[in-house]
Ligand binder design. Sequence first.
Ligand code: NAP
Length: 301
Amino acid sequence: MAPTTAAESVVLLTGGTSGIGRAAVRRLAATGATVVTVGRDRERGRAVAADVTAETPGRVEFRRVDLADQSAVRNLASAVDDEYDRLDALVHNAGLSSKERRETADGVELTLAVNHLAPYLLTHDLVDLLGATRGARVVVTASSVHRRGKIDLDDSEDLDALNSRSGYDALDAYARSKLANVAFTLELAERLRASARTEGVVANCVHPGFIPTTGLYRDVSWRAKLLTRLAGAVPGVGTDVEEGARRLVAVTTDDAYADRTGLYVGGDGPEQPSAAARDAALRERLWRLSAALVGVDPDWP
Ligand SMILES: NC(=O)c1ccc[n+]([C@@H]2O[C@H](COP(=O)([O-])OP(=O)(O)OC[C@H]3O[C@@H](n4cnc5c(N)ncnc54)[C@H](OP(=O)(O)O)[C@@H]3O)[C@@H](O)[C@H]2O)c1
């Protein structure tokens, strides 16, 4: 997204109805961009679209989509592909943590489905539109929590492990999904670079900071809620949605990130992600399993 063409830019940002995403929608629309945003809550989504469109030079369009549903993700991609002839940035920001193990209609554990598989499938289905847009960017809201994530893909139980079938712990499932975000971004960056179809498309991920005031912590255990509140009260530990949105939007629009790819970016710029996220064999395996879970050919873009 070069600043000179900001007014023509089209951004698709998931999870713009609340928290970091809602603040990021406003910042993006302030550049004059058209922002298509999605979430499940129609009322909050319509309010964001109306308020931000009225108050900024940009335009915000809300679509009600449940990203846990793979057919809804496919429909979203095809609607964006039909309606727009460019996609300057695809920002995967929607995310959740679920206190109990829930399974989607597609038979996938909910945290994995929304936080990782939806970005995988949406990027897959929009990769040609991204490739056709000069300087397009893919940005993923990851987390420093990815450092405690484990993805054990050593045996035939791969899918079960990824799906938390062998025992569920909410924080482990969330951390695993955030590790998947970083591993996916790094693998995507390499693949985008290697494909003639996606010349110039970059992929980076962001840690927005620990922000205890968002909706992310609404479905965690009472113990986790208490710990989050306590940690948030310690000076210097937490930050706010504006800082999270600032980080996300910087990677999405700043010239400094236009030609950089495969980065994990924190508050002070690029950081080294965990060893697991950098493990090329794990990334490749995760890529193939993700393709199988959403029913696409893994050899893309
Ligand atoms: N807050 C933190 O401390 C923190 C730290 C590191 C990373 N993050 C990451 O930041 C991102 C944004 O989270 P947040 O903290 O701003 O939390 P939030 O206020 O709960 O926002 C989450 C957004 O995701 C959307 N979403 C959740 N499930 C969805 C689904 N099934 N389909 C469609 N949209 C869905 C929500 O929309 P609806 O409610 O309308 O469905 C909402 O707009 C997440 O990826 C999170 O993992 C947060």
